[in-house]
Write a protein that binds this ligand. Structure first.
Ligand code: MGD
Ligand code: MGD
Ligand code: SF4
Ligand code: MO
Length: 710
């Protein structure tokens, strides 16, 4: 028996590819990109192209297990398998133990002593936020502010547009000037590249703004290395040039923006000469960039999240987001800006989460803990203390900042930790109990996207391996054990998909489960006022061509009352990050560290799989030749990278991808390194200016020679 099943990749990636899985006699034998999917277009990224290795990995967790030894990894550095000693138990035993521990904790400390902890493992609507939320809400558990990734950028974008919307990827082929701004397209957003390549064949210019010379930067027409965390200044200087040379679109500005005069005043201070000192980009280049951007049509910006992982990341995003609003490039097919498209999926998310359930146990909303501050929360929160952590779809022992503090917390013997996982991750080593999780091959889900506008149903291709259960099934079973009788805990997957799609919003009109199952992917139904009807290829989504901003004023807010009320700059400004070359701390720790993602892993995911490890050289510290030379470091030497929070040994790579003063290392599982640490020993829990997000790219370090290569 052979069949081909349509599914959607649920990994934390803007592309949300449609995939086709071939199944023979119940076993998946092939995966490929769905050729009919307008963005995936028949190909997959290198890691998911090897997904059979992940699904059928000998390292998959297949049964519930209880920890036998002390918390923490055994033999760190020896590989993915050398972890805890585990005892296999039944699901009944596991569920009984979890619920009895929960009941005891609630009786003694209150329900908020329990903290759910989930993030980017799956972005499937149901498995990321439905039965789990219902369960923890009904339990009265603490709420988790899931701010680790994009909250600053979202706040910045929404402060101008009122919504997370942007240019659809298919339009990039019509652009003539493309700025990849903090956007590692070849690494993190590969399906945008063919559209850019097509535009370039027709003469478009590609400009890359990034402190790291990515593969995308290496093949750009113009690469502008920028000092980390200084993008707000660059955008302000560009606006300085554009406005002072009258290159803005006065008509668009007049009709559709608010606060242009305040912005005009503000940008006076940001001359290219002044900004050159912060950004490291020559004043003449800033002028040239501003002129080219404002006068080439259509011009589009692919702004990505790298820009908002800095202390001033919210304001930086806000500043960049203003650019297409003053040039009016929203009017053109192939113009505008894309950071995220996720705001367009107006699903009935509340029907999935049922937040009201938390009023039953508590009579008020539960307290919120910011996931960025996990280390602090586990070690110092005492009102009530966190006594249980339930982790699913997340590997905080690798991905949270200030790793040493996180580990100190996870080691607490009085902390009851449950980890629902596909693999024995860094976090699983600290679990009292590990529960086996399905992959997307093994469950059904509804899939949105943050890099395009297609909604998909992801079908189950194979039976669950071993005793794996989906997130939905686990929390349904836990609710039953807890004796929660609310109707919502009995809903089936299809009923939940129907509930999510049950929305009056015009963009979801005509889209139901049956249609998604039949067609695989369906584009959102944008009405006429949001679509282009002037060109031959009509129907493109032009969200703000006629204003239609989603702010309270209905305009692009270059001046924001909402920010003012929060005590923030209502216009926009630049302030050098507290951890940057411009700060006092740089005297002790002079190098700016980019604790970046790996091109072939996905955050910490995939870093344990041999087939993927072959594609990615791990354990490197990339640095500039000057910085290496002044420290007596040569290519291949072992170096110690350190700051007040921690230290790590890495191998120096002097490869010309970085400017002096900036070093870079990449994220992976901690226990795979010889010391059992990863780059997050150096990152901090400091929050961004807007959105209370993480500041992975505002980190100062020093580097010293540890051992020469020879
Ligand atoms: N292969 C792969 N794909 C992924 C991921 C992965 O780990 N690996 N992660 C996924 C996730 S969770 C997300 S959120 C997205 C994120 O995707 P991106 O938004 O692309 O995020 P980053 O890789 O954090 O940053 C992008 C670029 O910004 C640069 N950068 C760092 N600091 C600055 C700065 O101050 N200014 C400027 N201009 N640039 C800066 C970095 O060097 C990097 O090349 O990608 C997703 N896709
Ligand atoms: N230094 C540094 N740190 C970073 C970043 C960085 O750029 N630099 N990026 C940050 C960003 S942007 C993000 S989004 C976070 C991501 O942080 P995490 O959310 O921790 O992401 P992953 O490391 O991918 O871990 C996800 C885990 O979920 C598991 N999983 C997958 N699917 C399922 C499922 O259906 N059910 C269950 N129960 N488990 C599942 C996977 O096996 C994997 O171990 O990391 C952040 N950390
Ligand atoms: S990780 Fe991204 S690019 Fe790779 S298959 Fe999934 S959605 Fe597509
Ligand atoms: Mo992310």
């Amino acid at each position: 028996m052979k069949k081909v099943v349509h599914a959607a990749c649920p990994h934390d990636c803007p592309d949300a590819c449609g995939v086709l899985i071939t199944v023979e006699d119940g076993r998946a034998t092939k995966i490929k990109g769905d050729p009919a999917h307008p963005v995936a277009r028949g190909f997959l990224c290198a890691k998911v192209a090897k997904y059979l290795d992940r699904v059928y990995s000998p390292d998959r967790v297949l049964y519930p297990m209880r920890r036998m030894g002390p918390k923490g990894p055994r033999n760190a550095g020896e590989g993915a398998r050398s972890t805890q000693e585990w005892q296999r138990i039944t699901w009944d035993e596991a569920l009984d133990e979890i619920t009895s521990r929960f009941k005891k904790i609630i009786a003694e400390f209150g329900s908020e002593a329990i903290l759910p902890f989930s993030f980017g493992g799956t972005l499937g609507m149901l498995n990321s936020a439905s039965m789990d939320r219902r369960f923890f809400h009904r339990l009265g558990a603490s709420q988790l502010a899931r701010n680790i990734c994009s909250a600053a950028g979202e706040a910045g974008l929404e402060s101008v547009f009122g919504i997370k919307l942007g240019t659809e990827p298919e339009q990039f082929r019509h652009s003539r000037y493309i700025i990849a701004w903090a956007a590692n397209i070849h690494g993190n957003n590969v399906h945008l590249w063919p559209f850019i390549a097509e535009a370039r064949r027709q003469g478009a210019k590609l400009v890359v703004i990034d402190p790291y010379r990515t593969r995308t930067a290496a093949c750009a027409d113009w690469y502008l290395p920028i000092n980390p965390g200084t993008d707000a200044a660059l955008a302000l200087a560009m606006m300085h040039v554009i406005i002072s040379e009258n290159l803005h679109d006065a008509d668009y500005v007049e009709r559709y923006t608010l606060g242009f005069e305040q912005l005009r005043n503000k940008v006076q201070d940001y001359t290219p000469e002044r900004v050159a000192k912060w950004t490291g980009i020559a004043a003449s280049d800033i002028v040239k960039l501003a002129r080219e951007y404002a006068t080439t049509h259509p011009a589009v910006i692919r702004l990505n999240y790298g820009v908002q992982r800095s202390e001033g990341g919210g304001m930086a995003t806000r500043a960049v987001a203003m650019l297409p609003c003053i040039t009016g490039s929203w009017k053109e097919v192939g113009g505008g800006l894309q950071m995220s498209t996720s705001g367009a999926f107006k699903l009935n998310k509340e029907a999935l989460k049922c937040s009201d359930l938390m009023l039953e146990p508590l009579g008020r909303p539960a307290r919120t803990v910011n996931m960025v501050e996990l280390g602090k929360a586990l070690n110092s929160l005492d009102d009530p203390p966190i006594k249980s952590l339930f982790v699913y779809g997340c590997n905080p022992a690798a991905t949270c900042p200030n790793h040493n503090e996180v580990i100190r917390g996870l080691q607490r013997t009085d902390l009851f930790t449950v980890v629902h996982e596909q693999f024995l991750t860094d976090t699983a080593d600290y679990a009292d109990m590990v529960l086996p999780a399905t992959t997307f091959f093994e469950h059904k889900d509804l899939q949105t996207a943050y890099g395009h506008y297609f909604l998909q149903v992801s079908n189950q291709a194979i039976e669950a391996l071993g005793e794996c259960r989906s997130n939905v099934e686990v929390f349904r079973a836990l609710a039953q054990r807890m004796g929660f009788e609310d109707e919502c805990f009995r809903e089936s997957v299809d009923q939940m998909i129907d509930a999510a799609l049950d929305s009056d919003h015009p963009w979801l009109q005509g889209i139901n489960r049956e249609r998604l199952e039949r067609e695989g992917h369906v584009r959102l139904s944008f009405e006429k006022q949001f679509t282009d009807d002037s060109s031959q290829s009509s129907g493109f989504f032009l969200p703000f061509a006629h204003g239609n901003f989603f702010t309270t004023s209905g305009k692009a807010e270059l001046y924001s009352e909402t920010l003012k009320v929060q005590g923030l700059d209502p216009v926009v400004h630049f302030e050098p990050p507290g951890e940057s070359r411009h700060s006092e701390q740089a005297k002790t720790f002079p190098l700016e560290l980019l604790a970046r993602k790996s091109d072939n892993f996905l955050n910490s995911s995939f870093s344990n799989l041999p087939a993927i490890q072959e594609m990615e050289e791990a354990g490197l510290l990339e640095m500039n030749a000057t910085d290496a030379r002044t420290r007596g470091i040569a290519e291949g030497d072992r170096v110690r990278v350190f700051n007040r929070r921690g230290d790590i040994l890495l191998r120096a790579k002097v490869d010309g991808v970085l400017q002096p003063g900036v070093v870079c290392a990449r994220l992976s599982w901690a226990k795979l390194s010889p010391q059992g640490r990863n780059i997050n020993v150096l990152t901090s829990e400091k929050l961004t200016d807007l959105g209370n997000s993480a500041t992975f790219y505002s980190v100062l370090v020093e580097v010293e020679l540890f051992q020469t290569a020879s």
